[in-house]
Design a protein around this ligand. Structure first.
Ligand SMILES: [Zn+2]
Length: 495
């Protein structure tokens, strides 16, 4: 762990040297999905971003506890304390038990995440499984004097909090801006101030999901679950809290206020936020109705899609941009990613066909330099596009080695193979998507090698007709055969 890893902290608006609170350990909390619909491309971005963070921290030798919640209650229609519960609403539409809806979409979410190569988090707590912890949090905030009960609901007193601590430190807003921007009709007459947010909400008769509490039957406010569950599994203070940029306000701002109000000090050291995926410059989101689900991408079944895109293409597309930049969706951009990924994985597979030579021009130093460059990029706030550009440079070298325009020593080749394996597989989490798996690939490769051996024999016997026929047939099938001084080489020509 002699790395100087720098992480952009939204709180300080600067890159900070990463120093975990407990040496050798990292606690990371990431806001997970609200399970009332299929995951779309917008959900893939935080999942892949924090998967990269998780993988890299583990690679550096940290013991990482990665907690990502499942929101199965309480996240209301307009990101605020008004409207109907999203999950209960969907349940009514589909005539299902609310938990049946939540389970269905949780399963679908897990399938999509596995397809995208995202490692499962260490703990995946459900909001409904932590009502007691959330009630305890509400009680603490009430006891500290930063909340009040009103007509069976409990609200956070933002103005009072703002006098003692500052509200808005994460988003850089001051209370007046928030008041001016706030047009919440819900809770009018119950709240002291329109900016106050619900910690506990009284259940109306039509609410299916409800729990008993000291304040009457109800359900927790959306912001409570992350504070309560983060603290339960990672402690009063932990290292990283992540999520999409759209969560900075109000969700994460409210989380900070709840933590400080309940325990007197903040909970999170580094706040990390990924940027949005846009369609024609507009954020992709369920509430905006312009989203494309991940399964639609995988099947190509959507009017905006020219073709199906594999999960690894989506992963590569997302990793090709730095997580804090916006990414605009287009078929052209995805097709470019698909080609790029094929080029990378093809070269990566070709390395098996490189024949090393003692005294080759490239040695272990070449692999070491590549490794250092990739580390440098990752240490600079997880700069995956730079890592990918270094890997493309390595691809060019591999192709030269295959074409015997470059030479490498046996130990240099082994070091290069290992380095690529670490960055391509372990850290970027990319894998080959061959239909029949790699065994099949290997068998095909061996068959092509065998044909080229037959061709070499035919040539040696001056049987030009056979030799040319083999080359032409292979070309028709998409293999590009090149004759070099040391014999023939081949690669799969991409059109
Ligand atoms: Zn959250």
């Amino acid at each position: 762990m002699d790395h100087s890893l720098f992480i952009y902290n939204t709180l300080s608006r600067s890159k900070e040297l990463f120093r975990p609170l407990n040496e050798g350990h990292v606690g990371m909390y990431v806001c997970g999905p609200t399970v009332y619909g299929d995951a779309h491309l917008g959900h893939a971005r935080p999942a892949i971003t924090f998967d990269l963070v998780f993988r890299y921290l583990k690679h550096l030798g940290y013991k990482v506890r990665y907690v990502r919640n499942i929101t199965d209650v309480g996240h209301l229609e307009h990101d605020a304390d008004e409207g109907e519960d999203k999950i209960a609403k969907k349940a009514k539409l589909e005539q299902l038990e609310p938990m049946e809806v939540a389970q269905h979409y949780t399963n679908r979410f897990h399938e999509a995440m596995a397809a995208l190569g995202c490692l499962p988090p260490s703990i995946e707590p459900h909001a409904t499984g932590h009502i007691i912890e959330q009630e305890a949090l509400v009680r603490q905030i009430l006891d500290a004097g930063y909340a009040y009960e009103s007509n069976g609901s409990v609200y956070f007193d933002v103005e009072k909090y703002n006098k003692d601590h500052k509200y808005g430190i994460l988003s850089g807003r001051n209370l007046e801006d928030v008041i001016n921007a706030s047009r919440q009709l819900d809770g009018v007459g119950e709240k002291r101030n329109q900016v106050d947010f619900a910690l506990w909400k009284k259940a109306q008769p039509e609410h299916i999901m409800r729990w008993p509490s000291p304040w009457g039957d109800g359900f927790p406010g959306w912001h409570c679950e992350c504070t309560a569950m983060g603290r339960k599994y990672l402690g009063q203070q932990f290292d990283i809290h992540g999520g999409g940029m759209d969560l900075v306000f109000p969700h994460h701002e409210c989380e900070i206020a709840q933590a400080v109000a309940s325990q007197g000090k903040p909970m999170v050291k580094y706040w990390m936020h990924n940027n949005m995926i846009t369609i024609n410059g507009q954020k992709m989101g369920k509430s905006l109705g312009n989203f494309i689900t991940l399964s639609q991408f995988f099947t190509g079944d959507h009017e905006k899609l020219d073709q199906a895109y594999s999960p690894m293409t989506i992963r590569f597309f997302i990793l090709q941009a730095h997580y804090r930049s916006t990414v605009d969706f287009s078929n052209e951009a995805l097709q470019a990613s698909q080609k790029g990924l094929e080029r990378l994985m093809e070269a990566f597979a070709q390395i098996e066909r490189v024949e090393p030579t003692e005294g080759g021009a490239l040695t272990e130093a070449y692999a070491e330099e590549l490794k250092q460059k990739c580390y440098e990029a990752l240490d600079d706030d997880f700069n995956s596009p730079i890592v990918i550009s270094h890997l493309f440079d390595a691809c060019r070298t591999i192709n030269q080695l295959v074409d015997r325009k470059q030479t490498i020593t046996p130990s240099g080749l082994e070091a290069l193979r290992q380095t690529l394996n670490v960055f391509v597989h372990d850290i970027l989490g990319l894998r080959t998507e061959a239909q029949g798996g790699s065994q099949r690939e290997e068998a095909f490769s061996a068959a092509v090698d065998m044909l080229l051996e037959l061709r070499a024999k035919a040539k040696a016997a001056k049987d030009w007709a056979t030799s040319d026929a083999i080359r032409d047939r292979l070309a028709e099938l998409g293999f590009e055969v090149k004759d070099t001084k040391e014999g023939a080489t081949w690669r799969l020509a991409k059109n």
